[in-house]
Design a protein around this ligand. Structure first.
Ligand code: SF4
Length: 486
């Protein structure tokens, strides 16, 4: 049997972070077999950011372990801190980095404070409690109070460094959290799914929890139901998809009324979505022709971008050129994939020149994309390069958002309307299994690193292009399905 991720009877900083994110995650980390976890590219990107931030902060990461404290190293990594919580639980933690400061400790006239890398823009509860736990255990080791820690983050512009004071209130919050965490992970039954299922997209237990949600017909599986709506529906006695599908729309609208008009307005569509998911069959909600532009078109471009959100950089603009064959049928066989790489942010003039010549290579043919990101990226690029209102308006008319058109015309038996979900429902398969935008970004960074180290790994670039081309084809498969329904 594959062992669980965490050791029983010891509360670690890792368990604490998991518990703050989702109580169920902490329980699964401790009790579930680790081979049921899925690898997440987000985690790899986080570790990369952590490493770069720590390196920028210390310039070197070399002094490791307890010996480094004794010799008074400036920064120390690789230390395992152990101790006991006020209510007697065994604790263990691996601080990311400890920095030397002035102040008498058991090693001499210096002591240490914990340093934590912040992921994201804001300091979250998991950061606050981790640093408080490291400070608490460090105090026991160095025999000197830890009054503060540092929170760092390397952004595009600079290394941000923020001091976090370990007040009595923060320490009490930590002790309370440790007590509750201990109670939760000791339970025999696994806790329920988190109410905010958006968190699940980044979680290693997603597959396990998706299966459970699916089996139970959990309301979070219904497109349009987030944490608050799910909670509200539970309060009025609607606990699963079947119950929602059978609810009367006037009854639900009446119940929603005291909360918000927005909820009242969508009560009918929530019931319809639940019904479609329960019956596993699509429903058409408009008889309007959904893609009239393609009726007379002879050629089109499918368009998809890959981005680095941290750098605000669209590094790949992928185009798939598609035309009708001699039988007037759209043919993927002769489609040409035409990627434009944008190697460095700040070269927008050259980039816009290349894209403009591509999209104007034939007269005003439609450009199909999935979601609004692609159009907004091109629109902003064109505007920043001084295109006039007339050009921008023409551009707007040529871009067709397949996601918006699909939602205008149909309710589908899917949990969400992302490109991946819809294409999967149509049985489309990406060349590489479980690839996503985060993985493409990871490959992009790895490819860049391999070049800077003088040993280019061209496979990474090949996989990015392959993935991007597949996204274009998936967009086409959805458009083709829409056309087949007209
Ligand atoms: S997948 Fe979601 S519900 Fe499951 S453990 Fe992770 S965050 Fe919690």
């Amino acid at each position: 049997m594959i062992k669980p991720i965490l050791e029983k009877n010891v509360i670690t900083d890792r368990a604490l972070c998991s518990w703050v994110r989702c109580k169920r995650k902490a329980w699964l980390d401790l009790n579930e077999q680790s081979d049921k976890k899925i690898w997440s590219a987000h985690r790899a990107l986080q570790l990369e950011h952590q490493y770069k931030s720590l390196f920028a902060f210390s310039n070197k990461i070399s002094d490791r372990g307890l010996e480094a404290f004794k010799k008074g190293a400036q920064v120390v990594v690789g230390v395992r801190l152990k101790g006991i919580s006020p209510n007697g639980s065994s604790l263990e933690a691996h601080p990311q980095l400890l920095q030397k400061i002035k102040g008498q400790s058991c090693w001499g006239n210096f002591s240490y404070i914990p340093v934590l890398v912040r992921q994201g823009r804001r300091l979250k509860r998991e950061h606050r409690l981790s640093i408080a736990l490291w400070g608490y255990l460090l105090e026991q080791l160095q025999q000197k109070t830890v009054n503060h820690g540092l929170v760092i983050s390397l952004t595009k512009k600079k290394l941000e460094i923020e001091e976090m004071i370990l007040t009595k209130q923060v320490k009490n919050e930590l002790f309370d959290a440790l007590k509750r965490l201990n109670k939760d992970i000791s339970k025999n039954n696994q806790p329920g799914l988190t109410s905010d299922r958006k968190k699940c997209n980044l979680c290693c237990w997603k597959k396990v929890c998706d299966e459970k949600a699916n089996q139970e017909g959990d309301l979070s599986e219904v497109s349009g139901i987030g944490a608050k709506r799910r909670e509200f529906l539970h309060q009025i006695g609607i606990n699963n998809i079947t119950q929602l599908a059978l609810t009367n729309k006037d009854y639900l609208a009446r119940k929603f009324k005291p909360y918000s008009q927005q909820n009242v307005n969508i009560s009918d569509s929530l019931i319809r979505q639940a019904r479609v998911q329960k019956n596993l069959s699509a429903e058409r909600v408009s008889t309007k022709m959904v893609l009239p532009e393609l009726k007379s078109a002879k050629e089109i471009l499918l368009y998809d971008i890959e981005s680095d959100p941290d750098e605000n950089h669209d590094f790949l603009h992928g185009f798939l050129y598609l035309k009708r064959n001699k039988y007037e049928e759209w043919s993927l066989v002769a489609a040409e994939y035409q990627p434009i790489l944008n190697l460095k942010a700040g070269c927008e003039e050259i980039l816009w020149g290349k894209i403009k010549s591509k999209i104007n290579s034939s007269e005003n043919f439609p450009i199909l994309h999935y979601g609004e990101t692609e159009y907004l990226s091109i629109y902003n690029l064109a505007k920043n390069q001084g295109e006039n209102e007339n050009e921008l308006n023409i551009l707007k008319l040529r871009f067709i958002d397949i996601h918006a058109r699909l939602k205008e015309g149909w309710v589908l038996p899917v949990e969400n309307y992302t490109l991946k979900s819809i294409a999967k429902w149509l049985n489309f398969k990406w060349t590489k299994n479980s690839t996503n935008g985060a993985k493409a970004l990871l490959w992009w960074r790895q490819w860049g690193k391999s070049i800077s180290e003088g040993k280019e790994n061209s496979n990474k670039l090949k996989w990015i292009l392959e993935y991007n081309k597949d996204d274009c084809i998936a967009t086409w498969e959805i458009a083709k399905w829409i056309l087949s329904q007209n």
